[in-house]
Design a protein around this ligand. Structure first.
Ligand code: ADP
Ligand code: MG
Length: 733
């Protein structure tokens, strides 16, 4: 056998079939090391072999037998090739179906003796009966004599066969055996453990070598668990290291130290047409006290849609602009406020123009399509208006410090925008801006500006601590008083007609409705989209035909172009505009409908197949009708066969805010089900840590300690490499 080195290509160490080569490519596995870090998703219990006659539905089972008839056909509806076979043991016969895996039929023949492991689907009472879908297959020489003879003589040392993430063309068996060969070759001794030994000891975590062996071939259940724990810790630790590094970097420079005049601040606040909530007051006090230190603030303000983040941002901006640069009494301090879309930037500009109308200050708006300023002239009466101006003129005023507050979209971070004394950066909807953008904004000032990030995405605390590990957290967890909550009903299947009647009434009053079609779980994102589009179209047709004949129904889904210059081609933008102009009464859409759209006349949202959504996501969807001045309704249609599902959905009526729901999602459904999982760049195993606050805190504590002493990780070259993988690159222009 060739020498197996960690960095060697797998193809150079092992003979691969073309099919296996392709599968490894798809999984992104190139080297021996990649293969070692490709972890099983679960382990099958090999001690239990079932007799075919004992099988029941929904069970995960291992059976042994002889393959009978085998054939390939295309599925009736989707035309996807699939393989079908019969397996027979001494007690009965069972159908096997390999969806999307027609190639399996080429690997076994009639009469082959095999062991199969997989899920039992179908039902005993249906016409098709029970069948096993997409089982793992292994050819064997003999059949077991009784149920306790496992036949796995070689592997009986392990507690379960590892099952790897599914990929066409390569089996879990192949992974298992190949990795065993790597283990016996001594390669493990050539891989460096990047986690310092004292940390492993302190938290009782296994070394890298041990963890790799345990995760791929656990002798007992706890081996696998402990190994996974180590890898979960490891990932969170690397993420923390990279965040703490970027924080330290940001903190290297001083920032403007803001003088807070409590009386003036109080006066500004009393001008709002409402009284601030307790959470808003607390947030303002924490933020202003942060800013009065000479260290830059790095803070994340999390609050549900409608919790009043803008009022906090306005008050903070006031604190900045009413302060002066030290030893330069006439120099203004400036605020940059970045919004995720042009519409939101314009809305903010208008609100700020109102909030600051009584003060002799200038506000600018810069977006991709044009610039504005407020007030149009230097006058102090109440007839101040906004006016369009050239970009060059506005940017000149920003550069010489005359513009106090600049609001904009990402145009704000363009190279040509320079500030005189940028003291604070406010970013709305943090998740759309990375540390990279923050770094770019920071470059616009000789000091590090105070940084306030605001988001309405409900995520659990552990996750926030991880992905925003460089930011301090503040929650706006109370909603303003007097807001009418959305009336939420969990609708049982037999009450559908009744709800449609209620919706008719609202439509007659001239109101509009969103109908959200269920999420579709499908490993292939392309196919998932196609199915979603189909369900949106079908539901729209059904409603048009049978329920809402009198009304105009529009559809909106992710496969539509964002905008279109040809009027005959519908785009997301044209549909949203038609809905906003009330040319459409009912909008049937996927759950992807844009965050931040706000159509006050739409007062009803219907969510179909709600059992498939997380609570936090349902809450966000419901937020779509929250800003209506009229009473709003949310009807949740769910297949609530189980007690658990209905108990879970009921939380929507009792939970106080989105964060509570996000925590519940985490507890009830696990980290994999959290909203927006894909965008955070955390692996499945890393997400396991998100359930464990102690682990997340430990990772942060240890990372802080190391970065405090050695911010460049000079003494930890391996850690440095790993942390870099989780760093969002900082490109300075
Ligand atoms: P978000 O947190 O989603 O950005 P906004 O700041 O846009 O929320 O506030 C939503 C609405 O609530 C605005 O119309 C705002 O004027 C109003 N509002 C904010 N704070 C309060 C409050 N304490 N009491 C009553 N209304 C408030
Ligand atoms: Mg907002």
């Amino acid at each position: 056998m060739k020498n197996i080195e960690p960095k060697n290509n797998i193809g150079d160490c092992f003979r691969l079939l073309p099919m296996q080569k392709k599968a490894l490519e798809r999984l992104g596995i190139k080297t021996v090391e990649d293969l070692l870090f490709h972890f099983p998703v679960r382990y099958s219990d090999i001690s239990k072999i079932y007799k075919i006659c004992d099988l029941v539905e929904d069970q995960l089972a291992t059976v042994y037998g002889r393959i009978g008839k085998i054939k390939i056909r295309k599925s009736f509806r989707t035309k996807i090739p699939m393989a079908e076979a019969i397996i027979e043991d001494s007690t009965g016969k069972l159908k096997i179906i390999w969806f999307h895996q027609a190639y399996i039929a080429k690997m076994v023949h009639e009469g082959s003796l095999v062991g199969l492991q997989g899920k039992i689907s179908g039902s005993k009472t249906s016409k098709a009966g029970l069948y096993m879908s997409n089982p793992e297959i292994e050819k064997t020489k003999d059949l077991p004599i009784d149920a306790n003879n496992t036949l796995f003589t070689k592997t009986s040392e392990i507690f379960g066969m590892p099952i790897y993430p599914e990929s066409r063309g390569i089996t879990s068996r192949w992974f298992y055996h190949t990795i065993q060969k790597i283990f016996t070759s001594g390669t493990l001794d050539k891989i460096t453990d990047s986690i310092p030994e004292d940390i492993l000891k302190k938290y009782n975590l296994p070394s890298l070598k041990t963890a790799l062996i345990w995760i791929h071939s656990p002798k007992k259940e706890s081996d696998a668990r402990v190994a996974r724990k180590r890898f979960a810790f490891e990932e969170i630790f690397y993420i923390q290291l990279s965040r703490q590094q970027s924080k330290k970097e940001y903190n290297k420079r001083a920032s403007f130290c803001i003088d807070i005049d409590k009386n003036k601040l109080e006066q500004f606040i009393t001008r709002f047409s409402f009284e601030l909530t307790e959470s808003q007051q607390q947030a303002i006090s924490i933020i202003t006290s942060d800013m009065s230190k000479d260290k830059p603030m790095l803070r994340l303000l999390e609050g549900d849609v409608g919790s009043g983040k803008t009022a906090v941002a306005a008050t903070v901006s006031f604190a900045i602009i009413s302060s002066r640069k030290k030893n330069a009494q006439y120099e203004n301090l400036q605020v940059a406020y970045m919004a995720p879309t042009e519409v939101l930037a314009k809305q903010l500009f208008e609100s700020f123009a109102q909030y600051f109308a009584h003060l002799p200050i200038q506000i600018g708006l810069v977006t991709g399509t044009g610039c504005k300023k407020f007030p149009s002239k230097i006058i102090t009466d109440s007839k101040k208006t906004t006016t369009s101006i050239s970009r060059a003129q506005l940017l000149k005023w920003v550069a010489n410090g005359e513009t106090n507050i600049l609001i904009g979209t990402h145009s704000l971070i363009q190279k040509i925008v320079t500030f005189k004394n940028l003291a604070c950066v406010i970013v709305d909807e943090q998740h759309r801006f990375g540390t990279e953008q923050r770094a770019k904004l920071a470059q616009k000032s000789e000091v590090s500006p105070h940084f306030l990030s605001m988001t309405a995405t409900p995520i659990p605390r552990t996750l926030a601590l991880t992905i925003y590990g460089d930011l301090d957290l503040t929650l706006l967890d109370k909603m303003p008083l007097g807001r009418k909550p959305v009336i939420t009903e969990i609708v049982l299947p037999n009450a559908r007609e009744e709800i449609y009647k209620k919706i008719h009434k609202e439509l007659e009053r001239g109101k509009q409705v969103y109908i959200i079609c269920p999420r579709i779980d499908e490993p292939d994102p392309d196919k998932e989209q196609a199915l979603l589009v189909k369900s949106v179209k079908e539901e729209a047709e059904r409603l048009k035909r049978n329920v809402f004949q009198k009304y105009t129904i529009g559809i909106l889904h992710g496969k539509m172009p964002p905008r279109s210059i040809t009027p005959s081609i519908e785009s997301k933008e044209s549909i949203m505009r038609a809905f906003a102009n009330h040319e459409i009464d009912i909008l049937v859409a996927t759950s992807m409908i844009e965050v931040g759209i706000n159509i006050p006349n739409a007062t009803i949202i219907v969510i179909e197949g709600a059992e498939r959504f997380g609570l936090a996501q349902l809450h966000q969807l419901r937020g779509r009708v929250l800003r209506s001045t009229d009473q709003a309704y949310c009807y949740i249609f769910a297949d609530t066969k189980t007690e658990k599902t209905s108990a879970r959905l009921k939380a929507l009526k009792t939970a106080k805010n989105g964060f509570e729901l996000a925590e519940l999602d985490l507890m009830l459904r696990g980290a994999g089900e959290l909203v927006g999982k894909k965008q955070w760049g955390i692996s499945d195993i890393g997400m396991e840590a998100i359930k464990n606050i102690k682990m997340v805190e430990a990772a942060q504590t240890e990372a802080k300690k190391i970065i405090e002493k050695d911010s460049d990780l000079k003494k930890y070259p391996f850690l440095k490499k790993q942390a870099k993988k989780f760093t969002i690159p900082l490109h300075f222009e």
